[in-house]
Every structure is written in C-alpha cells, then in structure tokens.
Design a protein around this ligand. Structure first.
Ligand SMILES: Cc1ncc(COP(=O)(O)O)c(C=O)c1O
Length: 481
C-alpha cells in the first residue's frame, strides 16, 4: 500500500515544506504504519509523487536522520530506524525546545550552569606555561599530534591517576577533546544502530543526545541516593544484554548523589556476570568537600570492565576542550579509530601546555584553591535555603560537586516555576531536562558554579518570592495523581 500519497503539504503554511514532510513521516513511523527497517522511497520518487523539489525530501530525510528516526545506508537508501519511536522525542517537541532559547545576560543569575565562572580561571599561571611551551617547542607545538595523544601527557596522566588508586600504563590512555567528545567517540566505537545501553534516571542530557545520535536504544535505571537500583539493573542486564552502562559515581549530574562502595563493587560484579562494560564518567570527583576519600570504580576494576572518562572542564577551563579515557586493551583500537575519524587529534599545543601544568603540580594546587571557593558557596547556599525555603523544598546534601537536586514539597509545575524565574532573570535547570520522557519529577537542579555569593543571595530571595506566590495561587498547584 502506498502510504505516501496521503501526505498533504500546505504550500501556504509558514512551516517549511521539508518540516511538514518530516512531521508526516514521523507520524507514519510513530503509528507503526512504516515499520522498523522499512526502506523509504528514493528521493526522486517521493519528490515526484508529492510534487516537491528533491531538496525538500533530502532535507526531510536528513532531519529525521539527525533525530535518529531513520538511518541511511550508502548506495542503498534510507530506512526506518529499529528504535521504538516512543523512546524518542517527536520532531514537534524538539522544535519547541529549540525555539525556547534562553537569553543569558550579564545580570542573569545563572543557577543552571555547572561551568566555572571565568574569574576562577587560572589565566596568569597558564600564560607562563603557554610562553614556556612556545619558547621550548616552537613550531612543533602546532604540528599534528599522535591520535592517541601526546606521549608525555599520557605519561603524566598515568602518573596523576595513581593518586586516584588507578594503575594504568600510558598505552591505555586516549586523550580526547573534552568528555562530551569522549562520550561521542565511545558511542561510535561501541554502538551499532539498535544496540541497547543503560543509563541512570535521571542522567546527563549531553550523553543521551550522543547515544541517540547513534540510533541506540536507551534504557533508564532508576537512581537511588547511593547509586542505581540494583534489582532493576540486574533485571535489565538479563533482558536487554546492553553494550554498556553509563554512570557517574560521584556527584552525579543532575542529582549530586554518589555511589556507595558496596554498590560500586556489586555493579562491577554484574558487569562481569553479564559481559558488559561500565562507562564511568568522572566529571567532578575532585570537588569533594568531605574528609572521605573518593574511590573511582576504575580503581576497583581488576577485570577490565570499566572505561574511565575524565574531563578537565569543570575544574579548570571548559574552553581547553581536554579530557582522557582509560580504556580496556581490547577496545583500544576501535576507540582510536573513532577518535581519528572525529578530529584526527586533540590540539597538540593544548596537550603540551596541560602536560607541563600537571608536571609542575599546578593542577593539584588549582584544585585545592577552587575546592575551597566552591565549598564556601555550597555552605552559603545551604544556609540560605535553610533560612528561607525550609518548608518549601528538600534535598540531600551531596558533600561535593557543583549543584543541589531540589525537590519541591508542593506539587507545583517545575517547568512553570522555571519560566517565571526566567522572566525574573533567574535560571534553573528543570528536572525534565534530564530524562528521556522529559518528566520533571518535581525536581530541579540548582547549581552554584557560575554564581557568586551576592548572586546566590539575590537568587534565593527571588526563588522564595516566586514559590510563595505560586503556592498561594491554586492554579499553580497541580493535583497529586
Ligand atoms: C556528566 C558530564 N559529562 C560530560 C560533560 C562534558 O564535559 P566536557 O566539557 O569535558 O566535554 C558534562 C558537561 O556538563 C557533564 O556534565
């Protein structure tokens, strides 16, 4: 049956034709009229049928491919993705999200960012190192670097990892241009269309986006305050045989929760039992405000089940675009080849500068300095919340990291709260950003990375006022179902 003749395009609409066509195809896919792996008509055939330009069809197919709804095979055509549509946001939803661009101005109180404010960047010490590298290495600093990473940096990273209890040789280290690239490269290296993987619920949306771009099936495992729900995790491992489990054992994004040692060990055992890998995203473990030492899962991994992923963005400077992976030996080649096809190499210049920065011990002293600053903000924020919002909210103090995961006691729409705060120039991250189904679960993430004490004070007073107004407005309070 030819379902495509029924597609109606409105040439007078303000919505571009390619978007109307993509929406119509989405509709056919979501209703399971076009089934998984069905071949779509060739571009010319569909263009003729609908009396549109070839480019309209090309753009519609491209759009659906970007959203993971279809995939193309070189020389063969475009096919419906095998991932159930219910696991994917609809194009219309994505549009809405894209339109809602947030304007961040100088006087915004930005509780949404988990990147350090620029006044905390160690610019002066970096300047000296940059000059030293330029004097020493001259033009060599700007030649192509080995794709695996500058050897000396891999050596100093291996050395630095010892303080985390991780023993790794430089050969197991892959330098990357930031953790986001690491996630993307791992997706390329480990996932095929339709493969399954497990993530925490809620989780970091940048990871979800990278996995979705590979057409993977993402299954969420509920997160408890001490790590994933192990019963559900084991059930899913049994049923789905995932390629890997992606998790953040320290100051998880967005919840701030950390895994107990017991859960870390059990998850390692489960990975071995069900023959899968763990991607351990350590984006923040250095920001520990307690006396308790952090133990990465990688430090407990004697069976090569863990891919350790580390970013320097949150502690140092996000614009450096630098991080690294510690990789089990059997995965090294695939990961290296994914890195090569992505950007050939991470900037050799930045790698040299960071190597010297590590060797001079400046990284360690910077962490210590910045930890004190953030700890002060953390304590100050909690004091204010205690003073002003004790009856309205609850949270679990994470003892580290850059944010609090706030639960509203009343059943108020967090998205609505976020919109009202935005109109007052205060930005928060609603919980809906962090799950596949976009549920807010009555939570939002309140981060203190990019706000000083004055802004924290002002922002909390505004939050209090807005919450009080919403609480006393019956239209804002939603029935608990
Ligand atoms: C959990 C997590 N992983 C990875 C990243 C990406 O970090 P990078 O800036 O190193 O790419 C982020 C950024 O916010 C993050 O929150």
């Amino acid at each position: 049956m030819d379902y495509f003749v029924s597609i109606q395009l409105d040439r007078n609409s303000k919505i571009p034709l390619y978007q109307q066509l993509a929406d119509a195809l989405y509709d056919l896919i979501s209703k399971d009229i076009l089934k998984a792996n069905t071949k779509l008509p060739t571009i010319r055939k569909l263009a003729n049928k609908l009396k549109v330009n070839n480019v309209t069809v090309i753009n519609a197919y491209k759009y659906l491919e970007k959203k993971g709804l279809v995939y193309s095979q070189v020389g063969s055509g475009t096919y419906v993705s095998p991932i159930p549509v219910k696991d994917m946001p609809s194009p219309a939803y994505e549009e809405k999200k894209e339109i809602k661009q947030i304007m961040i101005t100088e006087d915004s109180i930005n509780f949404a960012s988990i990147s350090p404010s620029t006044d905390l960047f160690p610019v002066e010490s970096f300047k000296c190192i940059v000059n030293e590298i330029l004097d020493k290495d001259k033009g060599n600093a700007f030649s192509y670097q080995e794709s695996q990473g500058y050897e000396k940096l891999r050596e100093s990273v291996a050395d630095y990892l010892k303080s985390y209890g991780i023993n790794s040789s430089k050969d197991r280290i892959q330098i990357i241009s930031g953790a986001q690239q690491g996630i993307d490269i791992l997706s390329k290296a480990l996932l095929q269309y339709g493969d399954t993987l497990l993530v925490e619920k809620p989780t970091y949306h940048g990871a979800i986006a990278a996995f979705q771009s590979r057409g993977a099936r993402i299954i969420e495992v509920p997160l408890e305050t001490d790590g994933m729900d192990l019963e559900i995790l084991e059930n899913y491992l049994k049923i789905y045989h995932p390629k890997f489990i992606y998790l953040m054992p320290y100051y998880q994004n967005p919840t701030g929760y950390s895994y107990s040692l017991k859960k870390k060990r059990t998850i390692l055992d489960l990975a071995e039992k069900y023959n899968t890998y763990i991607i351990e995203d350590d984006y923040l473990s250095d920001l520990n405000y307690s006396e308790e030492k952090s133990i990465p899962i990688k430090a407990l991994d004697h069976r090569n089940r863990v891919i350790f992923l580390k970013s320097f963005s949150k502690i140092l400077m996000p614009g450096l675009r630098l991080g690294f992976l510690v990789v089990p030996k059997n995965l090294l080649d695939n990961i290296l080849s994914a890195k090569q096809t992505t950007d050939i190499t991470t900037s050799g210049f930045i790698q040299r500068v960071f190597d010297l920065y590590l060797r001079k011990g400046l990284w360690k002293s910077h962490i210590n300095e910045i930890r004190e600053i953030y700890k002060k903000r953390y304590i100050y924020l909690m004091k204010l919340l205690d003073e002003h919002l004790k009856n309205e909210i609850s949270y679990i103090p994470p003892d580290g990291g850059l944010s609090l995961w706030i639960k509203l006691k009343a059943s108020i729409s967090v998205d609505k709260l976020s919109d009202i705060l935005l109109s007052r120039n205060v930005i928060i991250s609603p919980g809906s950003l962090f799950s596949l189904s976009k549920e807010s679960l009555n939570y939002f993430r309140l981060s203190f990375a990019a706000v000083n004490e004055k802004q924290i004070h002002e922002g909390i007073l505004i939050l209090k006022e807005v919450l009080n107004n919403m609480n006393s407005d019956p239209a804002s309070v939603e029935p608990i179902l």
